[in-house]
Design a protein around this ligand. Structure first.
Ligand code: ADP
Ligand code: MG
Length: 270
């Protein structure tokens, strides 16, 4: 599909816990009906350029007098169209890094560059728009709208992205993640694992260029985890989707084309 057309297949979707650093929910943006360039369009990338470059990013959280320094000049690159796994002990900053890459958080210093565009220089609305057009995110807490069924959640994502055949495609996507029998279930009537699988279907609904998946298989049995990862790996192989997934499973991590580990505020190749 040509890029101009692909760009119309996206969704402005604000994950449930998607808050900007200032604690303000970024507004639900409106998808332009035509592909209009962002004001600061990136330079056309060269084939060798990484799709994502995180350059010496630092991020702390402050609660009262207590400051937790999570990332300390952390850098990483994600190769275009490749799958990369991210490991690290609990509390090491994996989810923080995912939020920074999704533009849901802003670092104190350093840059997050996505396809040549430094997103740390964008305002909340522009970051939300970029996320809507190009990024699929599955947060650890899940993404589903609680009062919509599995099918309605995914259909909404496709419709917001101006996709056609929304109902049929929603059912296809949910079947691919093994939820053909849960189409009519509300999130509260799904198991944690089923909700995560529906969140993956939703994150893929806008046909993103970058998928960020935070421990999506943590609550899944091995067969379901396998199935969800196959959907993600297939998207990468077939559509050139760039993927970063967080996992504690060394078996799953080993199936990525590249492996990263986060420790002491830094990200290193494994
Ligand atoms: P991981 O995903 O690797 O378990 P996180 O990125 O969620 O790690 O968290 C890294 C550290 O930052 C942890 O010590 C966590 O308690 C702390 N942290 C995360 N989010 C917040 C927040 N909103 N406010 C204060 N501390 C936080
Ligand atoms: Mg986490």
């Amino acid at each position: 599909m040509p890029e101009s057309r692909r760009r119309t297949f996206s969704v402005v979707f604000q994950p449930r816990s998607g808050r900007s650093e200032r604690g303000v929910q970024a507004p639900l943006g409106r998808r332009p009906t035509t592909a209009r360039p962002e004001p600061n369009q990136p330079e056309p990338p060269t084939a060798a350029a990484p799709f994502v470059r995180v350059n010496e990013v630092s991020k702390s959280y402050r609660e009262g007098a207590v400051e937790t320094r999570v990332l300390r000049s952390a850098s990483l690159e994600l190769a275009r169209g490749e799958t990369t796994s991210l490991a690290g002990v609990s509390g090491s900053g994996k989810s923080t890094l995912i939020s920074l890459l999704a533009g849901l958080l802003v670092p104190e210093s350093g840059q997050v560059v996505i396809d040549g565009q430094d997103i740390t220089g964008l305002d909340d609305v522009s970051r939300a728009r970029l996320r809507a057009r190009r990024i699929g995110v599955v947060l650890q807490s899940g993404n589903l709208i609680p009062f919509l069924t599995a099918e309605e959640n995914v259909r909404l994502a496709i419709e917001l992205a101006h996709g056609d055949r929304a109902a049929a495609r929603a059912r296809e996507l949910l079947s691919e993640v093994g939820l053909a029998r849960r189409l009519d279930h509300l999130p509260r009537r799904m198991s944690g694992g089923e909700a995560q699988r529906a969140s993956v279907a939703m994150a893929l609904a806008n046909q993103p260029d970058l998928l960020l998946a935070d421990e999506v298989t943590a609550e899944l049995d091995s067969a379901s985890a396998e199935r969800v990862m196959e959907v993600i790996f297939d998207s990468s192989r077939e559509r050139g989707l760039t993927v970063l997934f967080v996992t504690h499973s060394s078996e799953l991590a080993a199936r990525a084309q590249r492996r990263l580990r986060i420790a002491d505020g830094k990200v290193r190749r494994v």
